[in-house]
Design a protein around this ligand. Structure first.
Ligand code: DC
Length: 224
């Protein structure tokens, strides 16, 4: 086994607004591990497609687009073909397009190796929808973080307002529900907990509570 393949992975999956991004960041920082935000990859393909006028349902063209991009994560900065796209990939328009793009097999194939290449010592915290089911099925700890739709919509709404995007909370809820439905019911790599995932409902938990819970599970699994 290569050194990289032997590096442990903590897979964190769940719907938008469940708090998995925050959990993954804090966990990676606490453990001193690498961090993979896999949703950013689908957002990047969607954002580039919108900019270049590639139809967001043209599976072959989007797969080719995904394979051809030079994607780099430099701390919190996302560089695509040398351009800073950190903010561009977080708009509501890109969120909507990313959910459609992520349902296409050629796009998922295009970003698979890139995701697995992030597995390096001392370990990787991988945040997404199919980290535990498809990308890292041998991860020694898999977490599925969920929360009620209303709570998730409130969190996402607050996040968008903080970023200066003026959006109506009910529109955010409707868009979130639609994306979730698509992510859960698509044919390829649907959002669902792995059979051996630790399922946590964060609706009534603080970010600190969730982190403590997952750190306890990581200790129990001998990961820290
Ligand atoms: O986590 P996010 O909101 O940044 O993800 C953007 C979109 O990409 C979302 O619709 C789900 C999809 N996604 C996916 O299908 N598989 C992943 N591993 C991560 C995200």
């Amino acid at each position: 086994m290569t050194e990289a393949a032997a590096a442990p992975v903590i897979a964190i999956d769940g719907p938008s607004g469940s708090g998995k991004g925050t959990l993954a960041e804090r966990l990676a920082e606490r453990l001193g591990w690498h961090l993979l935000d896999s949703g950013a990859l689908y957002r990047i393909v969607a954002c580039e497609a919108l900019d270049r006028g590639v139809a967001v349902d043209d599976a072959a063209a989007l797969g080719a687009l995904g394979r051809g991009l030079d994607i780099r994560f430099d701390d919190a900065t996302v560089l695509v073909d040398g351009r800073d796209r950190t903010r561009d990939i977080r708009t509501e328009a890109v969120s909507a397009a990313a959910s459609g793009v992520a349902a296409l097999q050629p796009v998922r194939d295009a970003v698979l190796d890139l995701q697995r290449a992030q597995r390096r010592p001392p370990g990787l915290v991988a945040d997404g929808r199919d980290m535990g089911t498809v990308v890292f099925p041998d991860a020694p700890l898999k977490v599925f973080l969920d929360a009620g739709l209303e709570e998730r919509a409130d969190r996402r709404h607050r996040q968008l307002l903080e970023r200066g995007e003026r959006v109506d909370r009910d529109d955010v809820l409707a868009a979130l529900a639609e994306r979730d439905d698509r992510d859960r019911n698509r044919d390829v790599a649907p959002l669902r907990p792995a059979a051996d995932a630790l399922i946590i409902d964060s609706s009534r938990l603080s970010a600190d509570d969730v982190l403590a819970h997952v750190l306890a599970a990581a200790r129990k699994a001998g990961l820290c």
